[in-house]
Design a protein around this ligand. Structure first.
Ligand code: AHM
Ligand code: MG
Length: 332
C-alpha cells in the first residue's frame, strides 16, 4: 500500500531558505547578502549535527591535547566544528573574514571581495560533549567598515554589538534548532533529518518579561560579588527554580522560550567573567533584545560595549527583562 507523505514526515512549515527570501523581500533594509550567509551557516551545522548524533561511534569524544587562545582545552569536536564553519564560509563570495573562539587572530579569505565578517563560537558548551548533553554554535554577522577589495582591518571586526546585521545560534539538543534574527524579530527552525533541511517551528519568538528559573554556576557562590549573592538569595527565597546546563546556548534557549535569567559574574578566577563579548555575548544579546529581553555586563548594555580585542571577556546577565532589571538595581 502506498504511504501518504505525512506518514513519513510531518506537515512542514516554510524552509529556512524560503523564509529568508520572503523576509528579505518584506524588509528591504535586510542586506541581500544575509540570506546566502545564513543559509551557509545553517548548511555548515548539518555535518556537525551528524557527528553530534553519532559522537562515540565516529571517534569524536575527548580532547585533542591542544589549548585555544583563552586557555581552554580544545575538544576534537571544537576543532571539527571550527574547521567546518570556516571551510563553508570560505566558499561564498559575501564573506571576507571570520573570527572564532578557536583561533587567536582574524581568518581572512584571499579574495577580499566579501563585504561581511562573521564572529563565531563554533562549539559552545564544550564540557558537555562527552557528557552527551546539549551543545551549540553561536554566530554574528557584521558589514566590514573598510573598503571592499582591500585587506581586512581590525576595525572591521572590533565593532559594537549594535552593528550586528544578523545573529543567532544553533542548539544541538533533543532536536536541532536554528534560531536567528536579522533585526526583524526572532525565528526558530527545527532540523528535519529525513529531508536534510530546517523548517519554521517558532515564528516571532518573544522572551517572557518574567521567568521561573535562574542559571548560574552555584559552585562559585562564595566567590561571587556581594550583589550577586544577594540576588541569588532572593531568587531562592522567592521560589525560583535553579537550572544550569553548562552550555550558554541551552540555558539561553530555555529562557527565550520560558523566561529566566543567565548570570556569569566576575570571580577571582575570571575577573572579567568567562564569556567572550564578540564570540558569545553579542549574538545572544542581539537575539534577546529582539525578543524583548535584556543583556548587560552590570554597567551597560552588552550591545554598546566597544570591543578592544577579539577574545575579550565580559560579565553577562541576560534574559527576561524584569529579572535582569531587578538584578541591575542590586549592582552597586
Ligand atoms: P565554551 O564556549 O568553551 O564551552 O565556554 C562557554 C561555556 C558556557 O556555554 C557555559 O555556560 C559556561 O562556559 C560554563 O562555564 P563554567 O564551567 O565555569 O560554569
Ligand atoms: Mg562558548
Amino acid at each position: 500500500m502506498q504511504k501518504n507523505p505525512s506518514d513519513i514526515i510531518p506537515d512542514l512549515g516554510p524552509s529556512l531558505a524560503q523564509f529568508l527570501q520572503e523576509e528579505q523581500q518584506q524588509f528591504p533594509d535586510i542586506h541581500k547578502a544575509l540570506p546566502p550567509i545564513l543559509r551557509t551557516i545553517a548548511a555548515a551545522s548539518k555535518p556537525i549535527n551528524e557527528v553530534v548524533r553519532k559522537l562515540g561511534l565516529v571517534g569524536m569524544m575527548g580532547g585533542q591535547g591542544t589549548y585555544n587562545f583563552s586557555g581552554d582545552a580544545q575538544q576534537k569536536l571544537d576543532m571539527t566544528a571550527h574547521d567546518c564553519f570556516v571551510h563553508m564560509l570560505a566558499t561564498i563570495k559575501e564573506v571576507c573574514a571570520v573570527v572564532s573562539e578557536e583561533e587567536e587572530t582574524i581568518i581572512t579569505f584571499p579574495n577580499n571581495y566579501g563585504n561581511y565578517v562573521i564572529a563565531l563560537d563554533p562549539l559552545d558548551g564544550s564540557s558537555n560533549i562527552d557528557a552527551n548533553a546539549a551543545i551549540g554554535t553561536i554566530f554574528s554577522v557584521y558589514q566590514r567598515c573598510s573598503p571592499q577589495y582591500t585587506p581586512v582591518q581590525q576595525e572591521d571586526v572590533l565593532q559594537t554589538g549594535e552593528k550586528q546585521l544578523a545573529a543567532g545560534y544553533i542548539l544541538y539538543g533533543t532536536s536541532t534548532i536554528f534560531v536567528y534574527t536579522a533585526c526583524h524579530g526572532v525565528h526558530g527552525f527545527t532540523y528535519e533529518p529525513a529531508v536534510g533541511a530546517f523548517f519554521l517551528t517558532h515564528q516571532g519568538m518573544q522572551m517572557p518579561h518574567d521567568g521561573v528559573s535562574y542559571a548560574i554556576n552555584d559552585g562559585y557562590f562564595d566567590i561571587f560579588p556581594g550583589y550577586i549573592q544577594r540576588y541569588i538569595r532572593r531568587c531562592r527565597r522567592d521560589g525560583y527554580t535553579a537550572r544550569y546546563m553548562g552550555a550558554l546556548v541551552a540555558d539561553f534557549h530555555r529562557h527565550l522560550s520560558q523566561g529566566g535569567i543567565y548570570l556569569y559574574p566576575p570571580t577571582h578566577k575570571n575577573p572579567e567573567g568567562r564569556l567572550r563579548l564578540m564570540l558569545e555575548c553579542n549574538a545572544l544579546a542581539c537575539v534577546a533584545e529582539q525578543a524583548g529581553g535584556v543583556a548587560s555586563n552590570g554597567q551597560q548594555a552588552i550591545l554598546t560595549i566597544q570591543p578592544q580585542a577579539i577574545h575579550q571577556r565580559v560579565p553577562l546577565y541576560i534574559g527576561s527583562k524584569n529579572m535582569v532589571q531587578a538584578l541591575l538595581e542590586k549592582v552597586v
